[in-house]
Design a protein around this ligand. Structure first.
Ligand SMILES: [Zn+2]
Length: 206
């Protein structure tokens, strides 16, 4: 397979993000204009498409997509402003070469658990659902970083770039929401569902 055939068309990428956002909106994970989603356009590339800033996630259109290259440089003139959290997506693509999709959502469980947690991490162990995060057994522990929320997203991206463990596909922003990623949109979706399940179990006392 050549690099060209591995490259996602802009139209396919936009359709995928529109469908994912509508799905997450219906589940209450992207209410109003909250959250942001992106897809890498080709393996081994830092070109990606990301949702525009301030657009209602239940009714996105192809005009709400922003195509960016290295250092958030626009691939086309006249695009809308990208998500205010674009630096975090770019950091994840740089730090995790296998990541092809980055999803950020504001779920009730993620937000509630991050506020209840008084530490800088959450540990999950002994749960079958952990296998959805890339491990082969429930008999293990996964540690999810919980970082303080900030409006200085560029600073947060720089700080996370030196601490992020690429083997754990996610982090929580306290009082804000969840970031997760996968090799493609389907894997990122699976992981999002796994994380939210784990959060709900934890909130339920498990
Ligand atoms: Zn957010």
């Amino acid at each position: 397979m050549t690099t060209d055939t591995q490259r996602m068309t802009h139209s396919d990428a936009a359709d995928t993000l529109i469908q994912m956002a509508a799905r997450f909106y219906e589940r209450g994970w992207m209410m109003g204009t909250s959250g942001n989603l992106s897809l890498r356009l080709a393996q081994d590339s830092l070109e990606y498409v990301i949702t525009a800033s301030g657009r209602p996630k239940g009714s996105l259109s192809p005009e709400d997509m922003v195509y960016l290259g290295v250092s958030q440089s626009p691939l086309f003139p006249g695009q809308p402003s990208p998500s205010a959290e674009t630096a975090l997506h770019e950091m994840i693509y740089s730090r995790c070469p296998g990541a092809g999709a980055v999803f950020h959502v504001h779920t009730v469980a993620a937000t509630a658990l991050s506020m209840r947690c008084l530490e800088s991490k959450l540990c999950f162990e002994g749960l079958e659902m952990l296998k959805g995060l890339g491990v082969t057994t429930h008999d293990t522990m996964i540690t999810l970083p919980v970082v303080e929320n900030t409006q200085d997203i560029e600073g947060l991206a720089r700080s996370l770039a030196s601490t992020l463990n690429p083997d754990v596909p996610g982090f929580l922003l306290r009082g804000h929401g969840l970031y997760t990623w996968g090799r493609d949109a389907q894997e990122a979706l699976n992981r999002l569902e796994c994380w939210d399940f784990l959060f709900q179990v934890s909130l339920a006392g498990g």
